[in-house]
Design a protein around this ligand. Sequence first.
Ligand SMILES: Cc1ncc(COP(=O)(O)O)c(C=O)c1O
Length: 394
Amino acid sequence: MFSSRIPANIAPNRLAEALRAVHAEGRPFIDLTASNPTRAGFSYPPDLLVPLADARALRYEPSALGRADAREAVAADYARQGVSVPPARIVLTASSSDAYSMLFKLLANAGDEVLVPRPSYPLFDHLTRLDLVVTRPYDLDIHGAWSIDFTSVERAITPRTRAVLVVSPNNPTGSFVRQAELDHLAALCAPRDIAIVADEVFADYELEAGAAAGAGRAASRRDVLSFALGGLSKSAGLPQVKLGWIAAGGPDGLVDAALERLELVCDTYPTVSTPVQVAAAGLLQRGAAIRQQIAARIAANYRWLRSAVAGAPSCGALRSEGGWYAVLQVPSLASEEDLVLELLTVDGVLIHPGYFFDFPRESFLVVSLLPPEASFAAGVERVLRRFAFIGSRP
Ligand SMILES: Cc1ncc(COP(=O)(O)O)c(C=O)c1O
């Protein structure tokens, strides 16, 4: 009766089941997976959302790609990051998931392929499948720092490849796609009519000095059809407001053709409310106060993590250049699944296993850097304590 866009098995995994039981029993635990900024102890001014009540939104004047003033505000926000994008190349969306869906409709027929980084964001499986697109992985390699394994990209490309997805900085590896890497990808994609889709939702969050400046930005490309994704969800810590955007880059003729077609998609699925479009400029401006709090929190937690792990001989914290996550490497005493179940049920700490993100091997754990400093430190200490006996000298 139901389509196979939705996986046949949608039963919760063992970790989700264990978490349900912990909740049901009312047992306290520290959540090192927390990624909802509105519940992480930041101070949101109570009147932050006042721009949403602007009376200009009482009139409905549909505009498929978005209101001109909102698109100008997004272009100004790119300028703040040092990226020059004309407002005409901005398309408003409700979220980055919405943006992916529009781009898949624009670029891919049923069964066409997009390349996705590995490790990366688990939502890609659903996002692609729901739009009848097939994923083919390419690898990110770690040699001190993460970088794109271009041999795996070339191996993954087929005549059905329509786009290469990059996430910069990536969730969870924290690696920015460097300018030289984006140049290399562009040289592979442009002659094959493959577009680049760059999820830059975490672009504002740098953890290692200089990493953001060295990153390539998709909207600045002139040589290959490219789409950069951003949104208030991360840049202003406002996931509930539902405002995201696409910034197009590439040769003028191709970008114009893409925007004409996106206009048809957006006209058919108008997802962005008028109040949020009217409020966009004000929210982008006011959101800076939240962004600064988030940036300070993740930087403090990242620094603390690196120093705590330096004192734990058997564990490592990989270098994270940006974003809201960090990766711990721990001894493989048990499977990642057993380890995270024990950490939850015995130690009272919830943490994501690397296999959720398709790490090539065990044992990696992914921590969110968003929790308040004290609970972050307590949670990480609980994880490290589990391995404290290894490598310690008598
Ligand atoms: C890489 C990445 N892209 C997009 C999102 C979600 O963004 P949005 O709330 O705009 O859909 C997330 C959320 O964690 C993410 O990690």
